[in-house]
Design a protein around this ligand. Structure first.
Ligand code: MRU
Length: 352
């Protein structure tokens, strides 16, 4: 079986290429990004989306910004680079990988000794490192997640929400990385993909990725998940995350929390798959995670068709927080652990 690889963010020659995720699945289009403000726009408008992919894109955005700064004075360069960082940080508030990647790029600039041109080159190299690391991280998450899945039945029916696939990362995916590893090892019967209102990342992107690789996928509307669980059609739920607090509370696409509650009610294990860079150890619990609110047009309009009468009011939070108590395990590149063990894992990996 062919296994076409999907890389949503790539460095090509002297610019970044993004797969335009607003056009999939109907059109496969690539956007060329040459400037920092174009990258900020691409993140804000969700041409590139998904926490780790946003981080990789922002890292390249920092380099593109650095390239636009024309001074040989180191201090002036660093001051102007901070302005680029601010612009990128202002794009989307929930996915912590954005802030993590921008900070890592700034740290590289501050710690690199040498002329400004050398700093710029080291920024490109760091962005490429972040890109490559995320790909390797996702492959590790996939394999650890496979080990954490229930051992029976042999072939699992997994439910996922949103798109935490190759498109949402440097490649391979987090939640969908687990699904890919399960499929590769003959442990997947079928993936159920919530359509994921309002932007339909499940129906459009997760389904597209699966079809590319021949992974059997059934799209359901978000409201059907409880019914499927009640009918015994789901063996495990695997989702991604945009930001995980130190206590294991995990923010992910709106609708994830209700999925976790229903999974608990049906005794179905609920897994969160995410790189350690998605954990925000500065936040003690999920209440502190900033939740992005998006334009209500995403709710009241599909394509050119308006759904609701004028005069209706809307609330459009893009993410919700699943309490750690509902999560069977968090799968990172270092293994699958109970949410309560997160802090220990950071300590082991940084200090050990
Ligand atoms: O608004 P989006 O499409 O950027 O939201 C994406 C998600 O919620 C993903 O599940 C999350 O970023 C994990 S991606 C590996």
């Amino acid at each position: 079986m062919s296994s076409p690889s999907v890389y949503p963010v790539t460095w090509y020659d002297d610019h970044v290429r993004l797969i335009d995720q607003t056009r999939l699945p109907n059109e496969y289009a690539v956007v060329e990004i040459k400037r920092c403000d174009d990258m900020a726009h691409a993140i804000k408008t969700m041409i590139v989306r998904g926490a780790p992919a946003i981080g990789v894109a922002a890292a390249y955005g920092m380099y593109l910004g650095a390239r636009e700064i024309h001074t040989a004075d180191r201090e002036q360069f660093l001051t102007k680079l901070e302005v680029m960082a601010k612009q990128l940080r202002a794009t989307r508030p929930t996915a912590v990988n954005l802030f993590w990647a921008v900070s890592r790029m700034l740290k590289t600039a501050h710690q690199t000794i040498g002329p400004v041109d050398y700093l710029k080159q080291s920024l490109l190299e760091m962005a490429q490192t972040i890109n490559l690391e995320d790909l390797q991280t996702c492959q590790a998450i996939g394999d650890h997640g496979l080990q954490a899945l229930p051992t029976t039945p042999t072939q699992l029916r997994i439910l996922t929400h949103c798109n935490a696939g190759a498109l949402a990362t440097a490649g391979y995916g987090t939640a969908l990385g687990v699904v890919r590893s399960a499929w590769r090892e003959g442990r997947l019967e079928r993936l159920y993909a919530d359509e994921t209102r309002p932007r339909l990342q499940g129906a459009k992107l997760t389904a597209w990725e699966c079809v590319q690789e021949g992974i059997p996928v059934t799209v359901i509307t978000d409201g059907m998940a409880a019914h499927c669980m009640q009918r015994g059609m789901i063996d495990a739920v695997v989702v991604g995350a945009d930001r995980i607090a130190a206590n294991g509370d995990a923010a992910n696409k709106i609708g994830t929390y209700s999925l976790a509650l229903v999974a608990k009610a049906h005794n179905i294990p609920f897994f969160v798959a995410a790189p350690l860079s998605t954990v925000d150890f500065d936040l003690t619990d999920g209440n502190q995670i900033p939740i992005e609110e998006r334009d209500p047009v995403e709710i009241y309009q599909i394509g050119d068709t308006r759904l609701c009468p004028p005069g209706t009011e809307f609330y459009n939070p893009a993410f919700d927080v699943t309490p750690a108590a509902l999560i069977a395990a968090i799968v990172t590149e270092h293994g699958a652990i109970a949410p309560q063990e997160l802090k220990a894992q950071l300590h082991t990996k940084q200090v050990g």
